[in-house]
Write a protein that binds this ligand. Structure first.
Ligand SMILES: Cc1cc2nc3c(=O)[nH]c(=O)nc-3n(C[C@H](O)[C@H](O)[C@H](O)COP(=O)(O)OP(=O)(O)OC[C@H]3O[C@@H](n4cnc5c(N)ncnc54)[C@H](O)[C@@H]3O)c2cc1C
Length: 356
């Protein structure tokens, strides 16, 4: 499949590539080593307008389509997987707002996005991961306000986001139909940050627990109406899953490029290891798999994990050390099989569609 990019898309891709080579690549290594949120890369990406891309022109955004967002995520996968995840957490709030946002919400939060403010998608809880319908966070109506209580876990951008999309039970006992979505600003009373996770990879992104204690929001902060929240969450994830395919290809390509360079430089048995057919076949397979993955999220994330693991193998003992970026790439890749639906859940969705 060949998609012809527009001139604007090519300019955006080249701008990101230049920023990636000049700055993001180095910042990625530094934030991974320090295990600290990469504020500098976030600032640089905001400067070129990345977080406002999806907001409608009407609210000051660029109204970028899924192809443009996938191009951006492919470049971030290559140069800055942590910022790729930061963008993904933000993007997951876009479609719910398009589909369910009343005029007040659309104006307030699309305008924030257009001003490069960052969002966080708060669905997962300690006891509700893949089974999102089993949430415990509750929202009860008191007069004209919803009062929200509960804890969200593993929230990308938790504590660094400017606004939050939060799923809570408004209809106990109704399962998926009893969940509603609320948007809120970071400074709303009762919202606080709990544990900040120490992660295997994407260590330049922030993943945190978010605690809601008697958080009060007016009725117009509900998105999509009572009980419509979970459908909107899945819509939000659908958009992001296209982008995750691009992200996986970018990260796998970065690892493959490292392998190709290393194979030409490293000599064993008196010749470059690039001359060994076993390794030639490995990189040929990686290139084929990356190409095949360009349109498939689930295939792409599994492919990315395989490619980054094999690239560590090509580096031998050096691949296991922190002197080269490939061990970090392998750690960063693992999240792609977990976040926005695990690989098992994707297989489950595919099988359900085939068998229904
Ligand atoms: C770094 C990071 C960032 C994250 N960011 C966010 C975020 O921004 N917002 C948010 O809401 N969440 C976020 N998450 C949470 C993420 O979406 C969940 O971790 C994921 O959905 C899996 O849920 P779980 O961890 O509770 O695992 P579980 O659901 O407990 O799954 C455990 C295992 O069981 C398998 N499993 C579960 N159900 C089935 C089934 N029906 N069939 C077959 N296998 C099954 C899973 O595939 C997995 O292997 C993040 C997680 C991480 C690690």
């Amino acid at each position: 499949m060949c998609i012809e990019f527009t001139e604007e898309q090519k300019i955006l891709r080249d701008t990101l590539r230049k920023l990636g080579k000049d700055k993001l690549e180095r910042l990625t290594v530094e934030s991974d080593r320090a295990d600290k949120f990469d504020h500098e890369s976030l600032r640089l990406l905001k400067e070129i307008g990345i977080f406002g891309l999806p907001a409608p022109v009407k609210y000051g955004g660029s109204e970028a389509n899924a192809t443009t967002l996938t191009i951006v995520l492919e470049e971030l996968g290559y140069f800055s997987p942590s910022m790729g995840c930061t963008l993904i957490g933000h993007l997951a709030l876009v479609r719910p707002l398009f589909l369910g946002g009343n005029e007040f919400l659309a104006e307030r939060y699309f305008t924030k996005m257009a001003k490069e403010e960052l969002g966080a998608f708060c669905l997962t809880e300690p006891e509700a991961g893949s089974d999102a319908a089993s949430l415990k966070t509750k929202a009860s109506l008191e007069g004209d306000e919803w009062v929200i209580n509960g804890t969200k876990r593993f929230i990308t951008n938790g504590g660094v986001a400017d606004f939050y999309g939060v799923w809570a039970v408004t209809g106990p006992g109704k399962g998926a139909d009893g969940i509603s979505l609320f948007y809120m600003d970071r400074d709303v009373k009762g919202l606080s940050v709990g544990k900040i996770e120490e992660k295997m990879g994407i260590r330049g992104s922030q993943t945190a627990e978010m605690i809601f204690e008697d958080v009060r929001v007016a009725k117009e902060y509900m998105c999509g109406g009572v009980g419509k929240g979970l459908k909107l969450a899945f819509e939000g994830l659908d958009l992001v899953r296209c982008g995750l395919g691009g992200f996986s290809c970018g990260l796998a390509q970065a690892a493959l490029d490292q392998a190709i360079q290393y194979m030409k430089e490293r000599h064993q048995f008196g010749r470059p290891i690039a001359q060994f057919q076993g390794l030639q076949f490995m990189v040929a397979n990686m290139a084929m798999n990356i190409e095949a993955a360009r349109a498939l999220k689930c295939f792409a994330s599994d492919m990315c994990m395989r490619v980054t693991t094999d690239v560590v193998q090509i580096f031998g003992g050096y691949g296991y050390m922190k002197d080269y970026p490939v061990e970090r790439m392998m750690r960063d890749a693992k999240i792609l099989q977990i976040v926005e639906g695990t690989s098992q859940i994707h297989h489950h969705i595919i099988a359900k569609n085939l068998l229904s």
